[in-house]
Design a protein around this ligand. Sequence first.
Ligand code: NAD
Length: 277
Amino acid sequence: MEDLIERAARDLLASKHAIALTGAGISTESGIPDYRGPNGVWTKNPEAERRAYLGYQRFLDDPKEWWVQRLATPNIGALGNLDEVVPNVGHKALVRLESMGILRYVITQNIDGLHERAGTKNLYEFHGCFRKLRCTGCESRWAREEFDLKTLAAKGELPPICPKCGGIVKTDGVAFGEPIPQYVLQGSIEQAKKCDLMLICGTSAVVYPFASLPRVAKERDPPRRSGASASRPAVTIIEVNAEPTPLTEEGISDYLIRGKTGEILPKIVELATKLKG
Ligand code: NAD
């Protein structure tokens, strides 16, 4: 594994526009369970996955009732109280790579807000953030404290209404079946097309359209004809994950560093710092 850590450090240093894609795996070491890892919420309870797919339709059918239910159960399903968790050394390693001028963007599937709390500046929260609310019309986002939800509930004035466009406001977390906000989707695709290195951390890479981002990046590297000279690829895709994923199996990633993000990412950053001198 040490040789792959060195390879990743050297690849990051040689890159001109590196980005990171992250998933639930980077936050398990902060105490938040993932969904599909060996101890994942859905691995242990497939019924919970089935129920999760119904939530967005319920919002569309009756946003008022959806909000009433939502305020009665403030914790997001089985993920626990996300207000109490803190970033771990994996999140902080990505902040360090950004401050070294190596990492240009982090695109996360996580809704836990831990990248922002760790200090990542250039961030797309692809599936939103549990601390925020979003207008389903104009896509404006706010910290949830900006709406007095308890008073709105007491007055029977749910759902909250967007002060800018009059659209219906929902929690920012993107539900299954809900479209990804346009500015996040377009910005993420742009980053995937632009990057020359993609560091993919702690995702099973099965949730779309997020899982298409590595494929979008890889499209710039068509398979070489046998005998063609081996030039540097347009994009290097590195996975750091506890187990192989479809990206590993389909050869989308160039290599997998197998293990915990909280152990591997700090080692990569430490070595990159040393090599940079
Ligand atoms: P996933 O649960 O499908 O997959 C997580 C992957 O990370 C698995 O392959 C697992 O083996 C690996 N993993 C677990 N711990 C790891 C560690 N310490 N180091 C390296 N790898 C580790 O997660 P996903 O791909 O992100 O998809 C799940 C969806 O559910 C996402 O859309 C996300 O929004 C949501 N989700 C979010 C959170 C969160 O915000 N923290 C938690 C659970 C699920």
